[in-house]
Design a protein around this ligand. Structure first.
Ligand code: NAP
Length: 252
């Protein structure tokens, strides 16, 4: 345990993959963690039980980060339970099956952008509203989870996903400047190919294992390697860092 005291951290999509690693590490560092998820009750409950057993404080909150109502209910739960918000990890995100741009359906694009982009921007705003000294908050830190795809473009796979994450980079740059004098730091992490269930959800269960050839370090990353970068950006050690976008991608 170290230094975060009564501070409260909300992680969207915090129950599995990268988010779950952030939840575990943050709880170990002393944050009270609020773990949002959308459907897998078992995974969320098991993670919270693990964290509590290790002496941490964890709450789980079900809610769709791709809808206004879902996001509102998650932040309302934080308000009700803790009455403060000091850190926000804007992590919920989805991919889709490999496809060329000319084959994208409207439904696919709406889902992708509702969760990865519209929801993420709206949620960042809800976090900023609670943290900003302009609104009586005590400051805080936001870490947006972008993707190396925003630089690479993901041709023949999911250019829509890459574009949805490009918006997250830009959100990070703009929001960081907007709230820079209001006690709120805003940064992003761009993971490369990380070994989580997200690849199976996009129809490529072996993507991480088979990706070594396209990564300079010749291996996929682990969720805990991304979580370490997130924890750093949330911490006081990053007190003069805002608007930064950190690649955690093995050199890719
Ligand atoms: P993951 O293993 O598929 O886990 C997704 C998590 O997000 C789960 O906790 C899931 O909840 C939750 N979630 C999904 N849709 C949600 C929604 N609409 N509302 C609330 N929660 C939702 O994903 P991951 O690989 O850890 O990815 C996390 C973030 O990192 C995403 O933004 C992703 O784009 C980004 N990223 C990942 C990689 C990679 O290679 N893994 C690379 C670059 C960027 P349930 O358990 O309830 O489904």
């Amino acid at each position: 345990m170290s230094g975060s005291g009564d501070k409260v951290l909300l992680i969207t999509g915090g129950s599995r993959g990268i988010g779950a690693s952030v939840s575990r590490k943050a709880a170990r560092a002393g944050w009270n963690v609020v773990i949002n998820y959308v459907s897998n009750d078992e995974a969320a409950k098991a993670l919270a039980a693990d964290i509590r057993q290790a002496g941490g404080t964890a709450e789980i909150v079900k809610g769709d980060a791709g809808t206004e109502e879902g996001i509102a209910s998650v932040f309302a739960a934080v308000d009700e339970k803790f009455g403060r918000l000091d850190g926000f990890v804007n992590n919920a995100g989805v991919v889709d099956f490999p496809s060329r741009v000319e084959d994208f359906s409207w439904v696919r694009l709406e889902r992708m952008f509702a969760i990865n982009t519209v929801g993420a921007i709206y949620a960042a705003g809800q976090a900023a509203r609670r943290m900003s000294t302009l609104h009586g908050g005590q400051g805080g830190a936001i870490v947006n989870i972008s993707s190396a795809a925003s630089r690479i473009g993901s041709p023949n796979q999911y250019v829509d996903y890459a574009a949805s994450k490009g918006a997250i980079d830009t959100l990070t740059i703009g929001l960081a400047k907007e709230v820079a004098t209001e006690g709120v730091r805003v940064n992003a992490v761009r993971p490369g190919i990380i070994d989580t269930d997200i690849h199976a959800s996009g129809g490529l269960p072996n993507r991480a294992a088979e990706s070594a050839d396209i990564i300079p370090m010749r291996r996929a990353g682990r969720a805990d390697e991304v979580a370490d970068a997130v924890l750093f950006l949330l911490s006081e050690q990053a007190s003069y860092i805002t608007g930064a976008i950190l690649n955690v991608s093995g050199g890719r």
